[in-house]
Design a protein around this ligand. Structure first.
Ligand SMILES: NC(=O)c1ccc[n+]([C@@H]2O[C@H](COP(=O)([O-])OP(=O)(O)OC[C@H]3O[C@@H](n4cnc5c(N)ncnc54)[C@H](OP(=O)(O)O)[C@@H]3O)[C@@H](O)[C@H]2O)c1
Length: 330
């Protein structure tokens, strides 16, 4: 991995599941950090964080001076990004934003480096990192699309609880504990009980009957793949796994594509592979690879194939993709 010149970085949302994973990935990839500004409200009493071999004091969002910061990673929710990203950019700080705030802004590149790294021009100050499920989907679709045009995609995601953040993970643990103690599980963070359950509601419901998460998957995939008319029919489901999103995908192509050819395409593309052993979310957790599996012909449509794909939502779905973008900046 490329080592960089020493930099001052900030992570806004440093204590969250994505923020902590960004710290880990920066360390793993040899990103030279000589000064670190971890930003969070500290409302849970946490005052410090340890990363890059040192302990750093948390900075409150209102107190950040972005002028000396080379790159800021934002992962504290869209409202925080809407408020602070413009200030950071004004002060000459380059920003990788993990939230929904700017992803669909036509002036902001939405980047998965294996697919559209060229969108990060030399003078780019703000780049958006896509939704975690959209990243896993496009990483598996892009190699196929490069070989054969796609007619239509029907997909169902199985999204882990860490996709909803630190508090959702705590809620899962508390519900499992309540069940073991014969107590009623508390439901506060996620819309329905998640322990021992599957919940096909992620984000607000839209008038169309789809959810906000499903809309993001469609629109962001179209933007990343530069296929604004690509037809995608999504169902997004929260499942009680901790880390790693899975997607069942049915792709109808404009020409035939043999499953064996799809496997070759995945195996020769960067960041994605194919496994003959059925890949599960646990196999993807902790890895930066997106892993496809179980590819087979769709017997009901002449040019369609069906497959399964998994990826770590915190790593390639957020932190690793963000750090790759920062490497493009530098
Ligand atoms: N989880 C995923 O798989 C994933 C993937 C892609 C993108 N994202 C996006 O990344 C963002 C963070 O997600 P997450 O899962 O890491 O959530 P999380 O675990 O709940 O962490 C949120 C972080 O933001 C901080 N925060 C909250 N309000 C803040 C404020 N007003 N000012 C400054 N910091 C604030 C929190 O710290 P305090 O509470 O201590 O302030 C915490 O550090 C979200 O926008 C999410 O949509 C998440």
């Amino acid at each position: 991995m490329p080592a960089t010149q020493s930099k001052t970085i900030a992570i806004v949302g440093a204590t969250g599941v994505v923020g902590r994973t960004i710290e880990t990935v920066l360390e793993e990839r040899g990103f030279a950090v000589d000064n670190y500004v971890p930003v969070a409200t500290g409302r849970r009493g946490q005052k410090e964080t340890t990363a890059f071999g040192k302990t750093w004091t948390l900075t409150a969002p209102d107190d950040v001076d972005f002028s000396g910061i080379d790159v800021a990673f934002f992962s504290a929710g869209a409202s925080v990004s809407e408020m602070l990203v413009p200030k950071a950019v004004d002060r000459g700080c380059r920003v990788v934003d993990n939230t929904t705030a700017f992803r669909m802004d036509r002036n902001v590149p939405l980047v998965v480096p294996e697919i559209n790294a060229t969108r990060v021009g030399g003078d780019a100050m703000l780049v958006a990192c896509p939704n975690c499920t959209a990243i896993v989907l496009v990483m598996s679709l892009a190699p196929l699309l490069a070989a054969v045009p796609v007619e239509r995609v029907v997909m169902t995601s199985f999204q882990s609880v860490s996709g909803a953040g630190r508090e959702a993970l705590c809620e899962l643990d508390e519900q499992i504990e309540a069940d073991a103690g014969d107590k009623a599980p508390q439901v506060e963070v996620l819309p329905r009980q998640i322990a021992f359950n599957c919940v096909p509601v992620i984000g607000d419901a839209l008038e169309s009957g789809y959810t906000k998460e499903e809309e993001k998957i469609v629109e962001e995939s179209q933007k990343i793949l530069d296929e604004p008319e690509l037809k995608i029919v999504p169902t997004a489901v929260r499942v009680p796994t901790r880390v790693g999103h899975a997607i069942a995908v049915n792709v109808e192509l404009k020409e035939p594509l043999a499953p064996g050819r799809a496997i070759e395409l995945w195996k020769s593309a960067p960041g994605v592979t194919y496994s003959d052993e059925v890949p599960t979310p646990l196999d993807a957790a902790g890895s930066d690879m997106v892993i496809a599996g179980r590819v087979r012909r769709d017997p009901t449509r002449p040019n369609a194939i069906t497959y399964w794909v998994v990826g770590d939502n915190l790593r390639k779905g957020a932190a690793t993709n963000s750090v790759q973008i920062a490497e493009l900046f530098l």
